[in-house]
Write a protein that binds this ligand. Structure first.
Ligand code: ADP
Ligand code: MG
Length: 329
């Protein structure tokens, strides 16, 4: 069973950044307004994700670590319209099976926090304010074959930062900080009140913080409503092209995705209006009926399947075309 869970873990946790992403997902699902990520050795020696969310009740700490334990989904109908980031109940179990994990959490009702050591099962009182800290130490220590595939600390750190960046661009109402080896690497303050839907201004401020002020100067706003699909965000002009493939951010209902329909639609728009720009930089947010998109395709949830991909393709393509073709001040 240990082996089976380690194999399953391989699908969820490829490298430190995959664990970071899952842990930040959980923090956001718990309603965190501030998420702090602390790393040692690119995340291989330590990933600690600290949030001020609702916390995990003492008695549920051991349950949270079980495979297929999720507090977020009650039945198959829920699966059709998942609003939370997580819903499979796999991540904590998977990460715990390939690391030394500890959960430290406190709910609003509790007089003290509790700490659960995943390996020993020891549960004891601890100190912290409301929220949760998940500590992941020595990732892949028991699977040296996998550990061998990790790159340098600097590369793993860059992937971890990228994972947080993707969340940060989706949630301007949440503050994020990343520390590495005791040094502050990135800090993005909330640009609007927690839980408020991101308006164009709040989003623009977050984009400026995360991608740089120059990205705002060198990009145009995207806004299109097509039937039940809304596409917003910013499309970078040629000057903004920093020719990094990972500077294309696509979100569907607040979830970061890598999707061929979306990237193809954006690329077509760039080809039409700017006659082919190889690595356009953009951040696009698609809002649509959750019933018309399936996020339950892959354990890492980075892929989606649209019920009507032509409709989505057209909406995104037109949105970006209109933005790029609009006269500029
Ligand atoms: P999922 O997110 O798919 O439910 P996970 O394995 O990521 O599964 O987490 C298991 C459960 O642990 C969650 O459903 C939630 O109840 C609890 N949990 C995990 N992280 C946190 C957190 N940061 N704050 C509150 N609850 C958490
Ligand atoms: Mg989760």
């Amino acid at each position: 069973d240990e082996l089976i869970s380690q194999i399953a873990a391989g699908e969820v946790v490829e490298r430190p950044a995959s664990a970071v992403r899952e842990l930040v997902d959980n923090a956001l699902d718990a309603g965190a307004t501030q998420v702090t990520v602390r790393l040692l050795a690119g995340g291989v020696r330590l990933i600690a994700v600290e949030d001020d969310g609702m916390g995990i009740p003492r008695d549920e700490l051991p349950i949270a670590l079980r495979r297929h334990a999720t507090s977020k989904i009650g039945n198959l109908h829920d699966l059709e319209s998942v609003a939370t980031m997580g819903f499979r109940g796999e991540a904590l179990a998977a990460i715990a099976s390939v690391s030394e994990m500890a959960l430290l959490s406190r709910t609003a009702q509790q007089a003290s926090a509790f700490m659960l050591d995943a390996r020993s099962g020891e549960l004891r009182p601890a100190a912290r304010s409301q929220g949760t800290t998940v500590e992941v130490k020595e990732l892949f220590f028991s699977t040296p074959a996998r550990r061998k595939f990790l790159k340098t600390d600097a590369t793993e750190l860059a992937h971890c930062v990228e994972a947080v960046r993707r969340h940060a661009l989706a949630r301007p109402d949440v503050g994020f900080a990343i520390w590495h080896e005791g040094k502050l690497v990135e800090q993005w303050r909330a640009t609007l009140a927690h839980g408020e839907p991101a308006d164009a201004q709040a989003l623009e401020r977050r984009l400026a913080d995360v991608l740089g002020e120059d990205f705002i100067r060198e990009s145009v706003p995207v806004h299109l409503r097509s039937g039940a699909i809304t596409v917003t965000g910013r499309a970078g002009l040629p000057d903004a092209a920093r020719s990094r493939a990972d500077q294309q951010f696509c979100y569907v209902n607040g979830r970061f995705v890598r999707d061929k329909v979306l990237t193809h639609a954006a690329r077509s728009a760039y080809e039409d209006v700017l006659h082919g720009q190889k690595q356009p930089v953009y951040a696009l947010y698609v809002q649509m009926d959750p019933q018309r998109v399936d996020v339950n395709v892959h354990p890492t949830k980075i892929e989606v399947r649209f019920r009507d991909s032509r409709e989505v393709h057209q909406a995104v393509r037109h949105a970006v075309e209109n933005a790029l073709a609009a006269p500029r001040a």
